[in-house]
Design a protein around this ligand. Sequence first.
Ligand SMILES: *[C@@H]1O[C@H](CO)[C@@H](O)[C@H](O)[C@H]1NC(C)=O
Ligand SMILES: *[C@@H]1O[C@H](CO)[C@@H](O)[C@H](O)[C@H]1NC(C)=O
Ligand SMILES: *[C@@H]1O[C@H](CO)[C@@H](O)[C@H](O)[C@H]1NC(C)=O
Length: 290
Amino acid sequence: MSVESQQCLCFVVLLIHTVIGAGEGPTSTTATTTRIEQNELTVSFPPLEDLYNSTPEKHFATENNTVVTSQTGSTALLPCVIRNIGDGIVSWIRRKDYHLLTVGLTTYSSDQRFQAIHLQHSEDWTLKVRFVQKRDAGVYECQVSSHPPTSIFLRLDVVEARAQISGPTEKYLKPGSTLRLQCSVVQTTEAPAFVFWYHNSRMINYDAERGINVTTDPAQRLSDLLIPAASASHAGNYTCVPNNAVPASIYVHIFNGENPAAMQSSSPSPFGFEIQSCLFLTVTRFIIQR
Ligand SMILES: *[C@@H]1O[C@H](CO)[C@@H](O)[C@H](O)[C@H]1NC(C)=O
Ligand SMILES: *[C@@H]1O[C@H](CO)[C@@H](O)[C@H](O)[C@H]1NC(C)=O
Ligand SMILES: *[C@@H]1O[C@H](CO)[C@@H](O)[C@H](O)[C@H]1NC(C)=O
């Protein structure tokens, strides 16, 4: 008798039991329910050799197609929890080039940033990627050896954290006025450990005696630079450098009088206008011709 016809027969017997059982009062209903559960188990797990195998079924506890987002420079952790792994061995494979990264606790890749993390008696085989780079983005496969091997896939998204100084990229101030620069770290998945401020090439976080006050709130991903009375010596390039994000710069002009030369130099040149109108005419002509 084939497996299918056995299953079919089983199902018919089960149906009869259910129908008969329904009329026999509450006690036998319970007994029938138990039998249904047992029968369902035998019916829904072919092949037959598995029926007599008492070891619990191996399965992934990490959701398939999980997405992990990490910022560049940080450490990414791709989880892979497997229940009842038995003597199965876990491998991590980078899908974009089928590069074998780890087998068990051994790193196979020449790139030592990849490492499988597994504590004894745990069911977790996390892939750890240190100093995440943009090129690490993509799909990773956590594969367990069995016949056939089973896998789940995780996607690593990489964001590039960067500093951002609020306001325009150039600032114009009169001597004696207050210079306040606010730097926020955006697109982050983890707070910066520290934020350095540079005036040209000098690090100024601790230059209190030069009238500079830096306050950083890492949890809020914010750093403020305050100079209560700016003087000509405070002019120049200010750069906000978080330890784990792309820096941002702003140029500060300190000028006397109403109409600084610096402001005129940043106005658009007459050539710029001519080129723009020429381009506009060309595009217009192109559209009309069509
Ligand atoms: C996970 O999903 C992929 C398709 O995205 C599938 O091929 C694979 O069999 C799934 N793994 C498990 C354990 O369900
Ligand atoms: C620096 O600025 C903060 C607020 O931005 C203020 O609380 C602190 O007293 C200032 N420190 C100095 C030395 O001026
Ligand atoms: C300001 O300094 C930063 C870092 O040194 C540099 O990348 C940037 O080009 C400088 N900007 C100006 C306008 O000099």
